[in-house]
Design a binder for this molecule. Structure first.
Ligand code: 26Q
Length: 821
């Protein structure tokens, strides 16, 4: 390498150029003149990976010597987004790499754009896990993130004839340069069969689980680099494989075919991510997936624990395990099983270790979204776990009855077993009982948890309950996706804000400076033009950067109320049709998000968005004033184009329904203003950026529950508001469905007869608030000031702050800095 640098580790332009050519030749077997885009992408990825591995080895060595307490994050989902750009940025070699490639006639941006992201999650929960990995590494906290390496991630969404069509996401087709398979790190996974209780030679009670089948989980590791540090943590995902090649030899030749079939069947466990962001009850494979990754992860921790020489009774001193929702909650029973049956601890000791190991994060208040499993299914798949759960429950309920001797209902309500037929195992109860800490993901959500779905647990153990308001990583969502903003901030504030986001406060002093305001607008304008280019590529629609970009991107859900947004769009449309000379602020409405494949109403909302887009975009009367775009296949990667380009961010869920939201933070960090309800983290964002810099509307959570409890009548709102009536009637008329009155009838009927998410109750206030938005946008100085102040005061919503709080209040862990060997 140049200047005596190693070709595997050198950071100069020259070293990177040589490494790139070397990898192109020796890994891809190509030379520059014949290399495809894929070849070049891989050559660069391996060049970056070599440098990651260097830091990774140093990290492992440091951890081995210091033997620190380690955070284990258990999550069924991860949405890390593309790795190339972020790894270059975090390693600080973006510029030399850009130049090295340039000297070879290659454009770095085209290689970054080529990367396919791992879609190993549905939405907010999986993306939160990825932001946490980024912050854990940046804060130099020893941490491993465990999960499932799905072969097929979240489906790819196409829009055909205005409808969502799902196709498979074959993200591994061209190979994944960021992962390392570790065949020697693998564990047995048992399922089914029965248990045998017996007394051993010493007269001790023992349990043997005789499974029906055994699989194996093999580790596949992805290094996660922190920003401006040498810490590389691991994302360790498990891939299901056949129990052992030994099977082939053990069985006689006649069973060769059967052995191959077993292998194929094993692999189905990690084949595909369930594309629902609410549980579908009773799916056997889903429970199998949860057990699969949980047992592999706990066995892996026990292997590491053995290497420390500490006794197993001190497992919880070495590891602290965070449960990302109830998806990994089976871990409570599984750790008990491993401690009792494999390590032969007595019940009380095992229970002590377990209760000091786990902490549980809840992500939902919707009672119908709490995970539960039918007992017969549980029994047939995990017979030993069910026994252990019954024992945990019986001891727990004894305690409850002692505490509340005259309240038999309470024991029923608290029980892990839902006794109403058919009987179920309630996973949130198992998680609460087995954890030392329970947290919600925003102040309002944590408060409502204590008052509603987890109220009885709160009364029992108030000290267990905490709040940890979500955050997002400013490295990916500011620096990487909005380089223009990054440069302006560096110039204005110097470096440091990237890992200490409160430093953005320094912007307040510039909020009214006309020259700074002008540069601020230029940054936004440039991102709006860039997004226009992407929209043209993806949908063939031309949008105008001078219009107000009004954006709602998130999973499609009735509670998130994408259709309330539509009611506003149709209201504006009607206003223009009634008065074609109307002077309004030109707007581009941008939607994005996937619907669960089986969620009919959500799919109908997507159809209505596209139907409204079709009518509005081709109407000459509204040309130049309204445009509606549905971006297909919304992803982390697309988000990086969208968040920096938005003027207005729509966070309009029915109050009390959105646990936190994290898109709200990503928009605000990029200078978008929010129109939102008092829901989830919106409440805290508004508190921090200031009420005068936030467009608030709608009923609050209290008013929502009162309205619903007092016999809500959506008809009354429909009859009382002419604009609302016109909008609903227009949808019902078939105007957006080429005259077909039946297509959107289920949606209209639901709104008029039930409207469980109170769209009609919030309509008038929402429209008035949107009118305020337009008025503000007409005054660029006022708007820019509000935008600057949003960024200046968004510091709290860095996931670094969130993770620092988890470290201090729950995990009790400290940074362990890593020196490069
Ligand atoms: C469970 C069982 C079976 C099949 C699917 C599931 C499942 C999968 C994903 C249930 C829920 C999810 C995802 C939930 C989710 O994304 N929740 C969001 O979490 C964010 C991070 O805390 C919050 O900001 C959002 O408010 C919350 O909706």
């Amino acid at each position: 390498g140049g200047n005596g640098e190693s070709i595997r580790t050198g950071m100069s332009e020259e070293a990177i150029r040589l490494a790139f050519l070397d990898n192109l030749f020796y890994v891809q077997g190509r030379f520059l003149e014949v290399a495809s885009l894929d070849d070049k992408y891989k050559a660069l990825a391996y060049t970056v990976r070599d440098r990651l591995l260097h830091r990774w080895v140093s990290t492992i060595r440091t951890y081995q010597q210091a033997n620190p307490r380690t955070v284990c994050y258990l999550s069924a989902e991860y949405l890390p987004g593309p790795f190339m750009g972020l790894n270059l940025l975090n390693m600080g070699i973006e510029e030399p790499t850009r130049k090295a490639l340039q000297s070879l006639g290659i454009d770095l941006e085209s290689l970054i754009a080529y990367e396919q992201e791992p879609g190993l999650g549905n939405g907010g929960l999986g993306r939160l896990a990825a932001c946490f990995m980024d912050s854990l590494a940046t804060l130099q906290i020893p941490a491993t993130s465990y999960g499932i390496r799905y072969e097929f991630g979240i489906f790819q969404q196409d829009i055909r004839n205005g409808e969502q069509v799902e196709t498979t996401d074959n993200w591994l087709h061209y190979g994944n340069p960021w992962e390392v398979r570790r065949p020697q790190i693998s564990y047995d996974v048992k399922i089914g069969g029965h248990t045998e209780h017996y007394t051993n030679e010493q007269g001790l009670h023992r349990v043997r689980w005789v499974p029906h089948e055994t699989f194996r989980g093999v580790a596949i590791d992805t290094p996660i680099l922190g920003h401006d540090v040498n810490t590389v943590n691991l994302m360790r995902l498990w891939r299901a494989e056949a129990a052992e090649a030994l099977d082939f030899h053990a069985f006689n030749e006649g069973d060769y075919y059967g052995a191959v079939l077993r292998e194929v069947r094993s692999e189905t466990i990690s084949k595909v991510l369930y594309p629902n962001d609410a549980p579908e009850i009773g799916k056997r494979l889903r429970l199998l997936q949860q057990h699969f990754f949980v047992t592999c992860s706990l066995q892996d921790m026990m292997r590491v624990h053995r290497t420390t020489g500490m006794p197993i009774e001190r497992f919880h001193e070495k590891f602290t395990v965070q449960l990302n929702d109830t998806h990994p909650a089976i871990a409570v029973a599984e750790l008990m099983r491993l401690l009792l049956d494999n390590h032969h601890l007595d019940w009380d000791t095992a229970w002590h270790v377990t209760r000091h190991t786990f902490a549980y994060t809840n992500h939902t208040l919707l009672p119908e979204a709490l995970e539960k499993w039918p007992i017969p299914l549980f029994q047939s798949l995990l017979p030993r776990h069910l026994e252990i759960i019954y024992e945990i429950n019986s001891r727990f309920l004894d305690e409850v009855r002692q505490r509340y001797p005259f309240d038999p209902d309470r024991a029923q309500r608290l029980s892990i077993i839902d006794e109403t037929l058919p009987r179920h195992v309630r996973m949130a109860h198992l998680a609460c009982i087995g954890s030392f800490a329970i947290n919600g993901v925003a102040e309002l959500h944590s408060q409502l948890l204590k008052e509603t779905v987890l109220r009885d647990f709160y009364e029992l153990w108030p000290e267990k309950f905490q709040n940890k308001t979500n955050g997002v990583t400013p490295r990916r969502f500011m620096l990487l996706s909005n380089p223009g903003l990054g440069s302006l901030l560096n110039e204005t504030l110097g470096h440091g804000w990237e890992t200490d986001l409160e430093q953005l406060r320094g912007l307040e002093a510039h909020a009214d400076d006309p020259a700074f305001q002008e540069r601020w607008r230029q940054v936004k304008r440039q991102r709006k033009e860039a997004l226009a280019g992407e929209v043209h590529k993806l949908c063939g629609i031309d949008i105008t950067p001078t219009s107000l970009y009004d954006v709602q991107v998130k999973r499609i859900h009735e509670y998130k109320r994408q259709h309330l947004n539509l009611l506003h769009i149709i209201t504006l449309y009607n206003r223009i049709k009634r008065n074609p000379a109307l002077d309004i602020v030109p707007r581009t409405f941008i939607f994005g998000g996937k619907s669960a494949p089986g969620y009919a109403m959500a799919k109908l909302i997507i159809r209505l968005i596209n139907a409204v887009a079709e009518m509005v975009n081709r109407d000459r009367d509204v040309a130049g004033r309204l445009k509606v775009v549905f971006l297909p296949n919304f992803s982390v990667k697309l988000g990086q184009w969208v968040y920096p380009a938005a003027d207005i961010s729509q966070q309009i869920s029915t109050a009390g329904k959105e646990a936190s939201g994290t898109g709200n933070m990503k928009f605000s960090m990029n200078g978008a203003l929010t129109i939102g309800t008092l829901d989830g983290a919106n409440v805290e964002i508004r508190e921090d950026v200031g009420a005068e810099n936030f467009f608030l509307f709608g009923l609050d959570a209290d008013a929502v529950s009162h309205t619903l409890a007092n016999g809500y009548r959506p008809w009354d709102y429909y009859n009382a508001n002419q604009e609302l009536k016109d909008v609903i009637d227009l949808i019902a008329s078939g105007f957006f469905a080429h005259g077909d009155r039946s297509l959107f009838q289920p949606l209209v009927d639901h709104l008029l007869q039930h409207d469980s998410y109170l769209l009609l109750a919030d309509y008038a206030d929402y429209i008035a608030c949107q009118d305020q938005v337009s008025a503000a946008y007409r005054d660029p100085q006022r708007w820019t000031r509000m935008s600057i102040l949003n960024v200046a005061r968004i510091g709290k919503f860095s996931s670094d702050r969130t993770i620092a709080e988890y470290c201090r209040d729950i995990w009790k862990v400290q940074p362990v800095p890593v020196k490069l060997d």
